[in-house]
Design a protein around this ligand. Structure first.
Ligand code: IMP
Length: 177
């Protein structure tokens, strides 16, 4: 029995995640032929998605990481985002894809689009593994989307609950019973 069996119910299996990530990688490979592409993973939640996605992109990409944290007002993000770890290279003139784990209210992605846009890249697109559209507070254009999910708190494949459960190979829902 695995440590998570009693606490987490599988929503998206490892096989389902891997198949979809491979499709997204193939699409990105097609879309960025002949272009200088940088994947920017947002820590920590996107790291599993980022590394799997990157292995399905058949192009000489570069990779960067950016750490952000949202200020909490009660249980919800206030939309005020702080950069905790910045990129190591200038993005001027590069094609970039921001790689996120989940777009919930959209406030973090709105901040990231404005922040990266100010660095004058050639283009900025958004890839997210998950979207919870019922919770959106701002409209964000998503160019590469893994799965649309209902409004449940999910963990695994990078997503955490109190910093735990990121290492599950699947996405699951915390059991409340
Ligand atoms: P947003 O600014 O509300 O779109 O929040 C995005 C961030 O909130 C994500 O990058 C996650 O870190 C976190 N988040 C939102 N929903 C969940 C969830 O269901 N499980 C784990 N983290 C979540």
């Amino acid at each position: 029995m695995a440590f998570h069996d009693t606490s987490v119910e599988v929503m998206l299996s490892a096989e389902k995640l891997q198949a979809r990530v491979a499709e997204l990688g193939a699409q990105i490979t097609k879309d960025y032929q002949g272009k200088e592409l940088t994947l920017i993973g947002i820590m920590k939640g996107s790291i599993f998605f980022l590394t799997d996605l990157a292995r399905h992109v058949d192009l000489p990409i570069t990779m960067e990481l950016m750490g952000v944290s949202s200020y909490q007002g009660g249980v919800e993000t206030t939309g005020e985002v702080r950069i905790t770890s910045d990129l190591t290279k200038p993005m001027h003139g590069r094609h970039v894809i921001i790689v996120e784990d989940i777009i919930d209210t959209g406030l973090t992605m709105k901040f990231l689009l404005e922040n990266l846009g100010a660095r004058h890249p050639a283009s900025v697109k958004v890839a997210t593994l998950l979207e919870k559209p019922s919770r959106a507070k701002v409209k964000v254009q998503i160019d590469y989307k893994g799965f649309v999910i209902e409004d449940r708190f999910v963990v695994g494949y990078g997503l955490d609950y109190g910093e735990k459960f990121r290492n599950l190979p699947f996405v699951g829902v915390m059991r409340t019973d």
